[in-house]
Design a protein around this ligand. Sequence first.
Ligand code: FAD
Ligand code: UDP
Length: 388
Amino acid sequence: MANFDALIIGAGFAGATVARRLAEAGRAVLVVEARDHVGGNAYDCTDEAGVLIHKYGPHIFHTPHKRVYDFLSRFTQWREYAHRVVANVHGQLMPVPFNLTSLDIAYEDRAPALAEKLLQVYGAERKVTILDLRKSEDPELAQLADYVYENIFKTYTMKQWGQKPEDIDPATTARVPVFLSRDDRYFQDPYQGMPQDGYTALFEKLLDHPNITLRLNTDAQEVLTLTQVGTTLVDGQAFHGPIVYTGAVDDLFQRRFGRLPYRTLDFVFETLPMEWYQTHGTVNYTVDQDYTRITEFKHLTGQVLPKKTTIMKEYSKAYTGETGQIPYYAVISPENKALYQRYADLAGEYPNLYLLGRLAEYQYYNMDAIVLRALELTDRLTERRGEK
Ligand code: FAD
Ligand code: UDP
């Protein structure tokens, strides 16, 4: 470790972005990654049938940040792709986010009058959260809010979080608002698409730098020791360079204050002897089934493969911390944030230790938010301003 200036734990978007930028600033960087591959949860690979799949859930890139788009564009070209999702409501398919087209499908003849009222109250192209729509005192809008709540949010949210929409962090359902528009894309960001050759290829380029050394199959615990007195040892030697940790923060401290709650997912893949299984990249099952959604990867990746397709069902459940389980979603609540803060404060006792990433920061961050945070952290680290 004497030869390294920085240690990065985890080779997902957080770790790989920091590694690249530090390497380009002339620092020698060691990246350790517990898995046998790079990419974190954005990793993709081909399955036995030759279909390019996302092993840890469907990942669609979208961002409002030009800086993020420009940075990643150095490592990939983009396939033009706008994600479109439909909800399966008792066999009827309607766009999600619920929009003016969904209204037509759900309300038929009564839709135009309702649409007019919605546009009058909220304005065209506006996004209204389901929790806000439910506050409407107009009886017709209140009835519509009930319809959307019952048919789009209630069952899906119970499956995904084990809780009702009104009991989870409001920012979570706000990700999928009611949209007073005919735009049926899942995201409205100016930059969106899929990496032309997949995410793993993007990561291989991102990490391909002479100043980066990558150790796969290596857990942080094998190299890093946090002493009682706020110092850090790497491979048993005192280490003063930046250490960027992107895993679960409760794991870093052996769950000293108790386990942080997360949701985990079981992914069930099926390859079928047909060109297409469904009309859209993702179909959300919002009123029935045990799984939340089915994704068909060929829609996302644009891969051309005759008479073969792979789909994936997602089943959500509480993370118990048992070996092999992966924490995917922080369960954000005031109580859990307070527990997280105890860990963050503990990490703060180590002047050269930085927590970065969806798990390490216990936040519901998309890929682009992580890349932005990684760029901003490395701005600070390379300008040697030193603040955490
Ligand atoms: P991760 O990708 O989790 O990477 C962390 C890495 O650190 C992992 O490789 C892990 O193995 C490693 N690690 C952890 N602990 C240790 C340790 N102790 N020692 C060594 N290595 C360790 N975002 C979007 O923008 N669009 C989407 O469509 C989208 N879809 C998603 C779908 C699902 C099902 C999920 C769960 C997330 C989705 N996301 C999406 C979010 C996206 O996955 C994250 O924003 C992004 O992967 C976070 O990157 P990260 O580097 O913080 O974490
Ligand atoms: N949601 C829902 N029904 C849907 C889509 C989303 O109830 O058809 C809610 C649900 O609580 C979900 C949240 O909105 O967890 C965020 O959805 P998103 O698609 O952003 O989740 P992700 O892709 O991150 O799993």
